[in-house]
Write a protein that binds this ligand. Structure first.
Ligand code: HEM
Length: 150
């Protein structure tokens, strides 16, 4: 496992953006290949199943402020990055996202470089909506923002 990048707050903001952004709320449908029991529920062979990652990314028992964008979810009392078991935007288990390491590396490199060069702010009077658009993925409504060179 690679070391964590040495910018804990940036790292925490990116993780919180992934948690709050919840861009793959429903997984790809699967089918139980044999009779199984999961969490006390009997699942007969042939049952169609999908994950609902929103249920864990916004779980009130896991997150201090599940419905608020709060990078502190990923910081300990000394400001160091802390992993959270409920951070599962790439799902988990056998069918976990195969692109997770690549996506994480790119998100960090892209946003760290962007934020080193620009200050991003909303256009005055045009606060972006937090309501997303549901399709195959959950994406933000179109919005404008200002990128001011630092
Ligand atoms: C922020 C970026 C990404 C997110 C949030 C994401 C999320 C996910 C999730 C939740 C799944 C599991 C879906 C399910 O079966 O329930 C998945 C599967 C998958 N992802 Fe990603 N993904 C991302 C980027 C990528 C990238 C960059 C690649 C390829 C380079 C990739 C390739 C795949 C593939 C091939 C699967 C299917 C794996 C399997 O069923 O065995 N993803 N992704």
């Amino acid at each position: 496992m690679a070391d964590r990048p040495n910018l804990p707050y940036t790292d925490a903001v990116i993780h919180e953006t992934q948690r709050f952004g919840n861009i793959v709320p429903l997984g790809f449908p699967k089918m139980a290949s044999k009779d199984s029991t999961l969490g006390g529920y009997f699942i007969p062979k042939g049952t169609a199943i999908t994950t609902i990652l929103s249920s864990v990314l916004f779980d009130k028992n896991e997150w201090e402020t599940p419905d608020v964008f709060n990078p502190e979810h990923f910081l300990d009392s000394e400001g160091k990055f802390r992993r959270r078991d409920a951070f599962l935007p790439f799902s988990a288990g056998k069918r976990v996202c195969i692109g997770e390491p690549l996506a994480k590396m790119q998100l960090f490199l892209f946003f760290a470089s962007l934020l080193q060069r620009f200050t991003l702010t909303p256009v005055p009077g045009e606060m972006p909506s937090l309501e997303g658009v549901m399709g195959f993925t959950y994406s933000p409504e179109e919005f404008r923002m200002l990128a001011v060179p630092r």
